[in-house]
Design a protein around this ligand. Structure first.
Ligand code: ADP
Ligand code: GLC
Length: 490
């Protein structure tokens, strides 16, 4: 590899569209490697071979080799199979092991997930050595891959990989992989000295896998500049703010983009009517009527349709939505929810659907196709998050000419410019403090513009569609970061 001009990078993470996706991490693990491959980077992605990966992909995987690997304190070793799939210039290597990856979901509960991702992190590094594919950069994602930087400098210290540099990206600080020290020591067989307060130890007896990865990674990134600042404060730091402040010299914020081929209203097989910036005003209405019909809502192109596509957890500001929703239903407004998650929110949205039949539709399910049709058919998309590292739904919404209504936090703040009624600039409606009155006000400002000044509204729709939400600028920032990092020992 020519170190002056090119870098080889391996992405290690727990999900990746279209194989397995539970949220935005899956989108990023797909779109960023693809964007980097287009920029002349040599990219590999290592993932678990979960049983839930659809058969159409499993069938195309090619056996690349297998070996036995030591893992636990008691010397027990485990099978590591490597199944390969090459697509769009990116090589995907799936780590195969039935004992760890045979559940229906990528994540189940910590009792199973801790051993699963201890195994996965070590197997990913061992697989690179086995394939003799020694990358310049090992780019790890979230707590599930956060042991990789630690193992790289300890268990793999004397191997060919020791020259590689590591980056750990925080997609969501809420999830850290915390369990008692004896369990994590058993499943990793890491040396005693890493179980101290600067690396793993947290509280009296727990080990925190993300904390350890942040200590050992050469560079830490997170998915927006605002979130990079927020996680150094107590409110957003989830107990790690002091640790992150300590390591802030190696922390960068790089905002996410979306794959504009995967998300393209002009070429989206899941939509009934294609549209682009030239015909959006007419053709979006067709998508709105098709959506209303699909969901059993009153079919009327003049209704203001608000979409919400989200994991149903308190991160997403759903307590505010629950407070304001009854006040929104005024005969001219419809609300469409798509999401799964905490039963508390699933139940409240089901309740609203029965209470406001014809005006509210709650789809308590995970459905890619329906998500596309809501992005296309809604007028506005709600993202009132309590915290939001980046958020992709507001980016997809803008690409589909759907006006985002967001709270000014994390990546939402960095990507949605507030509407200025005096200059007629901006991309959406925003509010700052986490208060239902402010969300209600933001939605009403949107409705006022929509119902009283349609031409200004339509201009905003077009501005949103014209906005660059692709990966190009941010992938270039990652590429520059990779170029800055020289081999560990030259
Ligand atoms: P997070 O990663 O916190 O869940 P993001 O906004 O980064 O939030 O990404 C969410 C991704 O998951 C988007 O691609 C969104 O369209 C998708 N998504 C969320 N819930 C659903 C659902 N119920 N059905 C289909 N897609 C969903
Ligand atoms: C996380 C965050 C989300 C971000 C996504 C991809 O799941 O909650 O804000 O967009 O990761 O980075």
């Amino acid at each position: 590899m020519d170190h002056e001009t090119r870098r080889s990078i391996v992405f290690i993470g727990s999900e990746c569209y279209p194989f397995v996706k539970t949220g935005g991490l899956g989108d990023v693990m797909y779109a960023l490697p693809k964007a980097l491959a287009d920029m002349n980077c040599d990219v590999k992605v290592i993932l678990p071979r979960y049983h839930c990966i659809p058969a159409k992909y499993q069938e195309k995987m090619v056996y690349r080799g297998s070996f036995d690997m030591d893992l636990c304190e008691d010397g027990r070793s485990y099978y590591v199979g490597i199944m390969e799939y090459v697509w769009d210039g990116v090589v995907y290597d799936f780590i195969d092991n039935d004992e760890f990856f045979s559940y229906g979901n990528p994540y189940t509960n910590l009792v199973d997930d801790i051993p699963k991702f201890c195994y996965f992190s070590k197997a990913a590094l061992a697989a690179l050595n086995y394939m003799d594919w020694i990358p310049d950069i090992i780019h790890c994602h979230d707590w599930q891959a956060s042991l990789v930087p630690v193992m790289l400098r300890t268990l793999f210290g004397g191997t060919a990989l020791s020259n590689s540099r590591s980056i750990l990206t925080i997609h969501n600080l809420r999830f850290q992989g915390v369990y008692n020290i004896p369990t994590i020591r058993y499943w990793t067989n890491l040396p005693d000295y890493v179980f101290n307060v600067d690396v793993f130890k947290t509280g009296y007896e727990d080990a925190n896998m993300l904390k350890a990865g942040l200590a050992y990674a050469d560079i830490i990134t997170t998915v927006s500049e605002t979130y990079a600042g927020e996680i150094q404060t107590e409110f957003y730091g989830d107990g790690l703010d002091a640790h992150i402040r300590h390591h802030s010299g190696k922390l960068r914020g790089i905002v996410n983009g979306i794959d504009v081929v995967q998300w393209d209203p002009d070429n989206d097989p899941k939509l009934s009517t294609a549209y682009n910036i030239k015909n959006v005003l007419n053709n979006k209405k067709e998508n709105k009527k098709a959506l209303q019909e699909e969901l059993g809502l009153e079919v009327d192109e003049d209704k203001f349709v608000i979409g919400l596509i989200s994991r149903l957890t308190n991160q997403k500001g759903l307590d505010l939505v629950n407070e304001v929703l009854p006040g929104l239903i005024d005969g001219n407004t419809q609300v469409v929810v798509l999401g799964t998650g905490d039963s508390y929110y699933e139940e409240s949205f089901r309740y609203f659907e029965t209470q406001y039949k014809g005006s509210v539709c709650s789809c308590i399910m995970y459905d890619e196709g329906r998500a596309h049709r809501i992005y296309a058919g809604a007028d506005a998309l709600l993202v009132p998050s309590l915290f939001e590292p980046c958020g992709l739904t507001q980016l997809i919404a803008m690409r589909y000419g759907t006006v985002p209504i967001v709270r000014e936090t994390g990546g939402l703040k960095d990507t949605v410019e507030p509407y200025n009624m005096f200059t007629n600039e901006g991309n959406g409606f925003t509010f700052d403090r986490y208060e239902c009155g402010l969300l209600y006000d933001a939605i009403n400002r949107a409705k006022t513009l929509y119902f009283t000044d349609r031409s200004d509204w339509d201009e905003m729709v077009k501005r949103d569609m014209a906005k660059d939400v692709s990966w190009s600028a941010s992938a270039e920032k990652y590429r520059e970061l990779y170029m800055e990092l020289k081999p560990a020992f030259e």
